[in-house]
Design a protein around this ligand. Structure first.
Ligand SMILES: *Cc1c(COP(=O)(O)O)cnc(C)c1O
Length: 267
């Protein structure tokens, strides 16, 4: 078997991946056509070989997402450096430095603490050409199994607001690009009504922008400047219809994933 970072792919596999991503892209475009928006499609390549990524890279795709830090670091080293990596896994503080060191990490989608923000800020290499984008992750479904901060309500004391202010005021190397949610499985499989997770992410963005303005925070982003990362294989069409800026699609592009072998020290 070839090594996981080998970049060699067969033309059959490349063809299959290209067909898959093109059909996903067509559904994204179709869903976006009524709103005139142009959401980004991020191919979530976790547990898939670097050769799959290289095949899509050669077909012109640049945004890829990973869940495990060491896997992203290894793939980033092996693959072209104009790939825009999205880190979508939960980040423990002892791994923050490793994440910040990936020169072409485009956005860390799962920020949920000032501690990790500070560690990232400190870890950014001086050679980095642009700020590191971050999304604050919101646990919109309030499930214990999910990471992220509670949604923003009109109640002004909120961890999301404190974290957003911390990033804006104390982390000059970070850019608050938006909010991210994973959403509940049940909601993602019920298309009969608006998805409550997406509604909650939207209202959190609205409240966050409003409260930052109200507090007179300098350089605070406005509502329309904050992105929403929402939508996965099961629900990206609905997410786009509800205003997603960035969808994260894995299975529909790469096929089913192998089971992650659980190690003693989880990431
Ligand atoms: C794995 C993963 C995805 C992709 O999920 P699919 O259902 O395979 O499309 C998206 N976002 C996050 C945070 C993930 O961990």
């Amino acid at each position: 078997m070839s090594s996981p970072t080998s970049l060699e792919y067969t033309s059959d596999r490349a063809e299959e991946l290209k067909e898959n991503i093109e059909s996903v892209q067509a559904e994204v475009d179709q869903a976006a056509s009524s709103s005139g928006s142009k959401p980004r499609l991020v191919a979530i390549s976790k547990l898939k070989p670097a050769s799959d990524i290289k095949a899509l890279y050669d077909a012109g795709y640049r945004h890829f997402g990973e869940n495990y830090i060491q896997e992203m670091v290894d793939k980033a080293e092996a693959l072209p450096d104009d790939i825009k990596w999205h880190f979508v896994g939960s980040l423990q503080s002892n791994k923050s430095k490793l994440a910040g060191s990936v020169p072409n990490l485009h956005v860390l989608e799962t920020l949920s603490s000032t501690k990790v923000a500070d560690l990232l800020q400190k870890s950014l290499p001086e050679t980095r050409k642009s700020k590191l984008n971050i999304y604050i992750q919101i646990n919109t479904s309030s499930e214990d199994s999910k990471s992220g901060l509670p949604p923003v309500s009109s109640d002004k004391s909120s961890e999301v607001i404190d974290l957003a202010m911390h990033v804006i005021q104390n982390c000059p190397g970070l850019n608050l690009l938006g909010l991210m949610t994973i959403g509940s499985f049940d909601a993602s499989h019920d298309t009969s009504k608006p998805n409550p997770d997406f509604e909650t992410l939207k209202s959190s963005r609205k409240e966050l922008a409003r409260i930052l303005q109200e507090k007179g925070i300098e350089n605070a982003p406005k509502e329309n400047e904050l992105e929403l990362s929402m939508g996965m294989s099961a629900d990206f069409v609905q997410a786009v219809k509800e205003g997603s800026s960035s969808v994260r699609v894995g299975t529909r592009i790469f096929g089913e994933r192998p089971k992650k072998v659980t190690k003693a020290a989880p990431q």
